[in-house]
Write a protein that binds this ligand. Structure first.
Ligand SMILES: Nc1nc2c(c(=O)[nH]1)N[C@H]1C(S)=C(S)[C@@H](COP(=O)(O)OP(=O)(O)OC[C@H]3O[C@@H](n4cnc5c(=O)[nH]c(N)nc54)[C@H](O)[C@@H]3O)O[C@H]1N2
Ligand SMILES: Nc1nc2c(c(=O)[nH]1)N[C@H]1C(S)=C(S)[C@@H](COP(=O)(O)OP(=O)(O)OC[C@H]3O[C@@H](n4cnc5c(=O)[nH]c(N)nc54)[C@H](O)[C@@H]3O)O[C@H]1N2
Ligand SMILES: [Mo]
Length: 751
């Protein structure tokens, strides 16, 4: 297993080309030339921004895979569903299901039927409309959204749900950056980051915490590489030495494709899983020490003028003992000092993070501790400084801005009501975990999903599959077949939609949509490929069809006009959502950035100031033989869509059912490399006594790896059956996918 390959470079060009070739080059290459161009479509890969200069082809291996995957010529059409009854589909792997290609026309699986059968769009809408209308109360329906949905479709979808009468709008964000939104909202008054790409050009230090950009945000590496070249220090804080951060070759430059690659991370801190708060506390204690010694490192003027809660926070930090912090973080004090020195000398610091911080029981606190660190140095609202939660799905941030939220702000609902003359429900709806409980309890009687793969993305797979089978009807707006479509609902309807890459023709002509990237920049996206099948409809037109079928002419909302011309939707967005004034003109002029008051040091919190928040050090005591497991993405997947079994940058080939652990952990258990093992998770609800709940997955390979002692790593979604749905981040309800307590045993013979 070679593990010394630099991220990017020729191999990544080659891997992308090979993937594209499988999908059909004549279709994929023209599509790739349009990715992230001013008149092209937004890359469906991730939410990293494109920047101003989109002259060259903005290319990354994993974006190319996502495009090729969507642009495939394979079709899951009616003859496919005739040949494949449900029972046979259920035996196929998830990867096989998606490999069958794009769903070609609406399909319905009636209650008790053995297969999906074609249904016309009109009949489908009629059935769904009838079912929703006959519910005893609108709150028996749940409307899930995954984060690829455009602003226009998302805005209509939430409007539809609220006109219907419910805030049950769970979304993938609940499983993703919800902890960032909750944490930042309390700390600085807005649930978003404050930096722009230009800030990366002048930052002195960039922290990359709990994030693997080499695989998940490859275009971010170009930004980081440029920063590293001009001498910016880049610190990776991670239990794994992620390849992309250690050595990177830019795939679009000669130097990049042939050279040895740039060292990106100047410093690597190998923190224990869940050890970030303890580590950051240590760093902050050292920052105060440096201030005492040399008078630098703490921005007293900023703290005085703009913050609240400093005294209590400082007092609390004083009580933390280095010994405890070293043990909890797995990092020694010398390293804490070293990073504190870097920060003390830095004029401007950016902190980037992703799932390594948010998907913990203390995910919200993780984010707030990072914010405390930034506030200490006044690193917000000045060039080159600020928080940067790096989003996942390409429009997950925009969907939230458009009102996909189970507990929307009253001001948003007031504006919606005023614009449309409706009365939105005020009772909070279900988030993703509450939807699972509602499904299990039989309260969620209709489950509608706008994209995504609920059965595989959520924790506690076995429990969720059983719960999903209960609703009377499941409706899926989707591009490709996945497990959720097989297991959800007594009756199920598939509504196939256009993808990002495809031309969207409506009665008024060709349409474009808009998205919002991770840095709050709103811009247009327009597909150019011929749709995979003539029967596909756009997400916007599907939502309009559903709304009409359910609500008819109620409230006089012109659903047909919205579907005919998306400008009509944008006009409404412009009047309802702050920051979108003149949206139609401004997106045509190249897009715009939404206001983020903290970037001007205006904090719209309860006190009008940024808040220091005292965070207790999490107790991560493990029992005998227990390990703390994180689930991560490989280099060859997009969430629940797995492209292949390799994880090149981590040197893994041909198997995803693996568990990475420190070699000594294996030795102590009498296990060797490649031994077959079973993994059991142990969960005890807080304050509850009695035996722990256990969950087991079988047939994993043990892999000795450079991870801290006491930790283990597995892949998402293979390990999801181990993650308890009742273990989540306080206040944000983000599942704790990265703090699962497990034990490892030699595989039970014969199992
Ligand atoms: N190609 C590709 N691109 C994607 C995706 C994809 O699946 N494939 N998914 C998209 C989505 S929805 C998202 S949310 C993002 C996800 O992007 P990431 O957050 O980068 O994805 P994960 O694989 O979950 O990686 C988490 C990282 O955090 C580290 N980590 C885990 N626990 C801890 C901890 O306790 N402390 C610290 N400091 N680090 C920790 C892991 O080692 C890993 O490097 O990517 C988006 N982009
Ligand atoms: N163990 C573990 N579990 C996790 C995570 C983890 O790190 N560890 N990460 C969590 C995170 S961050 C996230 S965001 C969730 C992701 O959860 P989801 O967003 O629900 O899952 P995806 O795999 O992104 O959804 C893929 C499906 O979306 C559909 N699709 C693709 N493109 C389109 C489109 O343009 N329109 C429509 N309508 N449908 C489309 C296809 O049918 C495809 O099968 O998973 C979460 N689950
Ligand atoms: Mo995500």
């Amino acid at each position: 297993m070679s593990n010394d390959e630099a991220a990017g470079g020729l191999p990544s060009v080659w891997h992308a080309a090979r993937y594209a070739a499988r999908a059909g080059l004549s279709r994929v290459v023209p599509a790739l030339r349009r990715v992230n161009q001013a008149k092209g479509f937004d890359c469906p890969g991730c939410a990293w921004p494109e920047g101003e200069r989109r002259a060259h082809v903005e290319f990354c291996e994993n974006g190319a895979k996502a495009v090729a995957h969507e642009a495939t010529r394979a079709l899951a059409d009616r003859s496919f569903f005739t040949r494949w009854p449900l029972a046979k589909l259920l035996q196929q792997s998830d990867r096989w299901l998606e490999a069958q290609g794009r769903i070609a026309e609406p399909m319905r699986r009636p209650r008790g039927a053995s297969r999906y059968e074609p249904i016309t769009w009109d009949e489908a809408f009629l059935r769904i409309g009838g079912a929703l209308r006959s519910l005893p109360s609108p709150s028996h329906a749940a409307f899930y959204t995954s984060g690829r949905t455009s602003n226009e479709a998302a805005f209509l979808y939430q409007l539809f749900a609220r006109c219907f009468g419910t805030n049950n709008l769970p979304d993938c964000s609940n499983m993703c950056h919800e902890s960032s939104g909750t944490g930042l909202g309390e700390s600085i008054g807005i649930g978003k980051g404050t930096v722009s790409l230009e800030d990366f050009e002048v930052a002195d230090v960039i922290l990359v915490i709990g994030q693997n950009p080499g695989s998940n945000h490859p275009r971010m590496l170009s930004t980081l590489e440029a920063a590293a070249r001009r001498g910016c220090r880049i610190v990776s804080i991670n239990p794994l030495r992620e390849r992309g951060l250690i050595r990177f070759k830019h795939p679009q430059t000669v130097r990049g494709t042939l050279g040895k690659g740039t060292e990106i991370a100047s410093d690597f801190v190998q923190v224990r899983v869940g050890g970030d708060i303890a580590f950051l506390k240590g760093v902050m204690k050292e920052l105060f020490a440096i201030e005492r010694e040399r008078g630098i490192g703490i921005d007293r003027e900023f703290i005085e003028r703009h913050t609240q809660g400093f005294e209590a926070f400082h007092r609390d930090l004083g009580t933390a003992q280095f010994e405890t912090l070293e043990r909890a973080s797995g990092v020694d004090r010398a390293t804490m000092r070293q990073i504190a020195e870097l920060l003390a000398e830095a004029g401007a610091v950016i902190a980037c993070w992703a799932m390594g911080l948010t998907q913990h029981r203390f995910g919200v606190e993780n984010v707030q501790e990072v914010m405390n660190l930034l506030l200490l140095g006044g690193h917000i609202g000045r060039p080159g400084a600020g928080p940067c939660p790096v989003r996942g799905h390409s429009n997950v941030q925009g969907d939230r801005t458009m009102g996909i939220w189970e507990h929307p702000k009253p001001a948003f609902l007031d504006a919606l009501d005023e614009e449309f003359g409706i009365e939105s429900p005020r009772r909070p709806g279900w988030n993703t975990l509450q939807t699972i409980s509602a499904l299990a309890a039989g309260e969620a009687r209709i489950f509608v999903s706008m994209g995504g793969n609920f059965a595989r993305a959520t924790p506690d797979t076995d429990h969720v599959e059983a719960a999903l089978a209960k609703p009377e009807l499941a409706v899926h707006v989707a591009t490709k077949l996945n497990r959720t479509h097989l297991v959800a609902g007594q009756e199920s309807i598939l509504l196939p939609c256009l993808g990002r890459t495809e031309r969207d023709e409506q009665t008024s002509g060709a349409q474009f949509v808009t998205v919002e990237d991770s840095m709050a920049c709103v811009h247009r996206s327009e597909g150019r490929l011929r749709p995979a099948s003539p029967h596909l409809r756009s997400e916007v037109s599907i939502v309009a069809g559903l709304a009409k079928a359910v609500l008819g002419g109620e409230a006089g909302i012109p659903w047909d006009d919205f579907a005919a011309d998306y400008d009509a939707i944008r006009e409404r967005i412009a009047r309802v959502v702050p920051g979108f004034e003149n949206m139609n003109e401004r997106v045509r002029e190249g897009g715009f950035t939404l206001p983020r008051p903290p970037a001007e040091r205006r904090f719209e919190t309860s006190t009008g100031r940024a808040h220091f928040i005292a965070i207790p050090t999490p107790r991560l005591e493990l029992g005998r033989g227990e390990l703390l497991m994180m689930t991560v993405r490989s280099h060859d997947q997009y969430n629940t869509t797995v492209y292949g079994d390799d994880d090149r940058y981590r040197g893994i080939q041909g198997n995803r059912r693996v568990v990475f652990v420190h070699p000594d952990e294996l030795r102590e258990r009498g296990l060797g490399a490649d031994d077959l093992v079973d993994l059991t998770s142990h969960f005890r609800a807080e304050g509850r006594s009695g035996p722990a709940e256990t969950r087991t997955v079988r047939g994993f390979r043990a892999l000795p790896y450079d991870v801290p002692r006491g930790c283990a790593v597995t892949y998402f979604p293979e390990a999801n059956p181990l993650v308890p749905a009742s273990q989540y981040a306080d206040r944000s309800f983000t599942p704790a996918y990265k703090s699962v307590v497990i034990t490892i045993d030699r595989a039970a013979p014969g199992a």
